[in-house]
Design a protein around this ligand. Structure first.
Ligand SMILES: [Zn+2]
Length: 65
């Protein structure tokens, strides 16, 4: 399983999350921070064959709103 490193928008700690399959991106998922347990959303995309993850807070505007 491929893992993607993301930075929590609440506590700014970095941790790894399992990446979705390449054919499932771009997508936007709900996730709870593994460090502070606050909810966040992670926008997964693909860049040159690499899955990338970008975490943002629930109040922030994401690609999918
Ligand atoms: Zn956190």
């Amino acid at each position: 399983m491929h893992a993607v490193s993301v930075t929590c928008p609440s506590c700014f700690e970095e941790f790894d999350v399992p990446a979705p399959a390449a054919q499932e991106v771009p997508c936007d998922v709900d996730y709870d921070c593994e460090v502070c347990c606050r909810p966040m959303r992670i926008y997964f995309d693909e860049d040159g064959g690499e899955i990338t993850g970008n975490a943002y807070g629930l109040g922030a505007a994401g690609v999918f709103g």
